[in-house]
Design a protein around this ligand. Structure first.
Ligand code: PXP
Length: 237
């Protein structure tokens, strides 16, 4: 069954608004696990506008589920993840000032760059996933970088879903089939929600893990965190 990893960046955004420690990131992460999340995802950015590097260090020893750290492989990011040693690192290509991840890797032009980094991370015992769009050429080339998994960038699916869901899913099914044929594990994330998640999983049930932040934390304002996590997990059944 597809695992749910809760991205807690938005919780850190609320905390940072006041400068104190409310809400407490570590407590929220533990509660997400207690309510059924099978993983916790964070995306520390260089300006630390939501998750801070210290949050990542604080979270590692207290988490009991899978810890996934996303980010651009800058020197600082790589030092952080190699010292923290999460279960999984997801490499994203976005420049330091990006509002949010908005594209997958060009694995053809970045093949040598990615290969060197991924080899290093795998030596440190960390599984590596790379963020990718649905272009099968990028997926085929991802194999040559040594990545264990690819994470499909689902924003285009989420926006097209509202107009024509059959059209929205088509390129994602092709990409997912390509990843499976290539022997790559499969993750998915970005703009997934209670509106579009079930349809994605119905058509691509071999997705290993979805990481969901913005919509899930927003839904928690209405339903509470426990019920929200239960609702998302119901979509994955
Ligand atoms: N995957 C990656 C690589 C991301 O950068 C993000 C956003 O931090 C997500 C998944 C989760 O996206 P959302 O917050 O829209 O659920």
């Amino acid at each position: 069954m597809t695992k749910l990893s809760v991205n807690i960046n938005k919780v850190a955004t609320i905390r940072n608004a006041r400068g104190g420690n409310i809400p407490d990131i570590c407590l929220v992460a533990k509660d997400c696990e207690r309510f059924g999340a099978q993983g916790i995802t964070v995306h520390p950015r260089p300006d630390e506008r939501h998750i801070r590097y210290q949050d990542v260090r604080d979270l590692k020893p207290i988490l009991t589920t899978e810890f996934n750290i996303e980010g651009y492989p800058s020197t600082g990011f790589l030092e952080l993840v190699k010292s923290v040693k999460p279960h999984q690192v997801t490499l994203v290509p976005d420049p330091p000032g990006a509002l949010t991840s908005n594209a997958g890797w060009d694995t053809i032009h970045n093949q040598d760059f990615l290969k060197e980094i991924i080899t290093d991370l795998k030596h440190a015992g960390i599984r590596v996933s790379i963020f990718i769009d649905t272009d099968v050429k990028n997926i085929e080339s991802a194999v040559k970088t040594g990545a264990d998994r690819v994470e499909l960038y689902t924003e285009p699916y989420a926006s097209e879903y509202l107009i024509n869901r059959e059209k929205a899913i088509a390129s994602f099914i092709r990409a997912a089939e390509c990843a499976r044929t290539c022997g790559l594990g499969l993750n998915a994330g970005h703009d997934l929600s209670l509106v579009n998640l079930k349809y994605l999983i119905q058509h691509i049930p071999w997705i290993d893990e979805v990481s969901i932040g913005h919509a899930l934390i927003s839904d928690a304002l209405y339903f509470g965190l426990e019920k929200t996590i239960r609702r998302y997990k119901d979509q994955l059944k």
